[in-house]
Design a binder for this molecule. Structure first.
Ligand code: CMX
Length: 136
């Protein structure tokens, strides 16, 4: 799998506005984009540090995976996203190596990226996202 860097770290929060007091007010990062991803039922806010982004995730529906995550585990790191030059090829390779996939093929997400998730039960409890700009 040809991964280049950690594209972003997703952090589940109850309120992006409240969380900004830490990420902007204390860490001094600047929020450069806020975007709703309707099919994931989340609002996202992005901060950049080097090549990596922090993605704050706030549920906009009680059925959102992020709402379920916070109800069960509390606020905190929700997933790690690795940049790959070919999301679908990386998903296929993971599946061939026995990893349980959440997404068999990539889908569109925030910032126009294609993403696909590996199940946390196959990746030592860490929800793992593969993302990139490839077209399907
Ligand atoms: N990280 C690690 N483990 C997680 C997890 C996460 N983010 N979310 C759920 N789990 C664990 C649960 O704790 C549970 O473990 P136990 O069985 O040991 O209790 C197990 O996975 C099953 O969890 P669940 O609450 O029953 O939830 P579901 O099976 O309904 O869904 C998951 C879990 C990961 C398959 C689902 O959340 C999913 O498909 N996630 C991918 C999509 C997503 O997270 N979207 C939001 C972000 C979108 C974006 O970044 O744009």
């Amino acid at each position: 799998m040809n991964l280049s860097h950690i594209e972003h770290i997703g952090i589940a929060v109850k309120s992006i506005d409240e969380a900004k007091t830490f990420f902007e007010g204390v860490l001094g990062l600047k929020c450069y984009a806020v975007e709703e991803v309707k099919d994931q039922m989340v609002k996202t806010a992005f901060f950049k540090i080097g090549e990596t982004k922090i993605e704050l995730l706030e549920a906009i529906d009680e059925n959102s995976p992020v709402a379920k995550f916070i109800a069960k585990r509390g606020q905190g790191i929700h997933h790690i996203a690795f940049a790959t030059d070919d999301v679908n090829a990386s998903l296929k390779e993971a599946e061939e190596k026995g990893v349980k996939l959440i997404d068999k093929v990539s889908r569109k997400a925030a910032e126009g990226l294609n993403i696909g998730f590996l199940h946390p039960k196959s990746s030592f409890g860490v929800l793992t996202e593969l993302c990139g700009k490839d077209t399907e």
